[in-house]
Design a protein around this ligand. Sequence first.
Ligand code: AMP
Length: 281
Amino acid sequence: MRKRGREEERERSEAKTGHQLVRARSGSEMKVMVAVKRVVDYAVKIRVKPDKSGVETSNVKMSMNPFCEIALEEALRIREAGAAAEVVAVSVGPAQCVDTLRTALAMGADRAVHVDAGAAPVLPLSVAKILKALVQVEQPGLLILGKQAIDDDCNQTGQMIAGLLRWPQGTFASKVVLDKEKQVATVEREVDGGIETLSLDLPAVITTDLRLNQPRYATLPNIMKAKSKVIKKVTPAELNVELKPDLEVVQVTEPPKRKAGVIVSSVDELIHKLKNEARIL
Ligand code: AMP
């Protein structure tokens, strides 16, 4: 009885998310959706705001999150291999996310959607709810995200959206092979003991690790072309998502400064220090 109840619930959920519809599509018609986040550029030294409410972002260079570049590159390679027809880039956040989406279009995304969520940071669960609503509209066969955003280092959104959609997930992918006939993605992921291989029925969620690929640079002609492309704009309210933060940021502070190191003259001295000063032995 219990099992049947769960199955019925799953069927209802699948009908809502378009699971069966996507499954029936052939690979060449499949759409890949990629979530790209605008973050402080990886080369910028992070500064905490004087009021400790967050990280300083005004007059700071912002870029596409590096793991999202890898996610986009993988989606483009899947399309170029003929396993997908379209790559749609999505970004959630303030008006300036349009710049990140222009980069995505210049790299090769076919379309871009900006979910205008205003200036306040949007936490992973809210992003996941927004992505779920967009999945219901776009019905991609594959959703690729970065494994983490380098601003908050949350590493949560991919897992949350997979849970909300009840789609299989392959996180921290270091290799992805798509079988468009069987509608299966084989994902290799680095785990402590070696490489784990997962076989995911599509539609599925994949999050990308650093070693998956080397993202391409956008060429100047493509950057110019991307400037005239239309970016669709929607609001969370239009997607029926209420941005109610489930977490409150109490304070953001710098990590404690590292003390200067010391050079020890012998192994005995090192062991003495580890035992008596660091107390880790
Ligand atoms: P996080 O869970 O915050 O570490 O983010 C993991 C991944 O979720 C990122 O690499 C993006 O692919 C996606 N993501 C998180 N926040 C956003 C956002 N505001 N807009 C688009 N994608 C996002």
